[in-house]
Design a protein around this ligand. Sequence first.
Ligand code: MN
Ligand code: MN
Length: 421
Amino acid sequence: MANDSAKDRFSRRGFIGISSAALATVAGGLAVSNAMAQEGQQAGNARTDPSATDPGPTNAPMDAQNPDSAGPPGTDSKSLVPTFKYPFSFANKRTYKGGWSREVTVRELPVSKTMAGVNMRLTAGGVRELHWHTAAEWSIMLYGKARITAIDRDGKSFVADVNKNDLWYFPTGIPHSIQGLGPDGAEFMLVFDDGEFSESETVLLSDSMAHLPREVLSKNFGVPEPALKNLPKQELFIFQAAVPGPLEADQSAAAGARGKSPTDFAFRTMEMQPTKRTKSGDVRIVDSNNFKVSTTVAMAMVTVHPGGMRELHWHPNASEWQYYISGKARMTVVSTGNRARTMDFQAGDVGYVEKTLLHYIENTGDTDLIFLEMFKSSFYQDLSLSQWLTNTPPELVMAHLNIDKATLDAISRDELVIVPR
Ligand code: MN
Ligand code: MN
């Protein structure tokens, strides 16, 4: 954004209390003065009132990224709603030769009890080693290309190459691997159906071999002990290997005489049409209805154009774990007991909405906002506030809201998902 320069950020600090970059970020370009005026009225001039100035120590760039924390809308409650945001920028990176990983679990974001995320990078040839775990793994490719392998419950092999926006799902206990392909490897987001899950607590091939007596391994495999003398003595986790050859060769070598698995552990997101589209954006819903193997994780991939908003809604069936892929957003979560909080999000942030709580996600930037709504559920489900109000006896709704019939009639009777329609 043009006004997000260091000069602009600091020159007006102290005059209006928070940085002009913060104001520009939340209000967006030309709308800035109008939005300030409106919010000023609602919030008792929270952003411009001398009472709201902040002359002490300040992290100006951080404030600029979080304008709705530094100057919340007047409709937010003053009582605390625990944070529902954690940036991957805060997560500790474990870097290896061949790539890195970092995670956001319930340890980092206490509200996120149902799901955890692991962000991973693999170089071309870099391997996330053969392993399995107690949680189910859902993943989306964010950049580049990788080869994934697994066997199904009947022991039949699965090998596939996944590209940007492709998904994969490995059920609990199913062993698998991921390897970056050329030209520049891959980066992806792994989402686990357990907030307690940690990438450092998985069953690794190397780790397992290092903790079994050699004579046992020799007996188990029917090979002489000396042949096993170079087994790794500690875990590999991520390591550099050569870029694998053609997919078909790997597939047939792994399948052998048993044949390939009939289960497809991968899903090509961009090959499906959007589930819903308006002029303001679209949504693709992928759950066990169209991605059969994904029995514990459901996804909505949402694109909101500038000026648009993911409409007010809630999810009766599950809490929502969010990952922001691009753009800027703000979200208000209306909690129970007269509590509400608004937070700001950008690429790389994790958000969370507890089951059944009302929320919207508004594009506050000047580029497309793309984010994931993830649920620990076999199916996606939401209810729209507009749909509820327009499918209830009108007199009852008007008695609650003090609105006239013409206003109620103007509200969409259908769920739009992204507004304006
Ligand atoms: Mn895994
Ligand atoms: Mn939602």
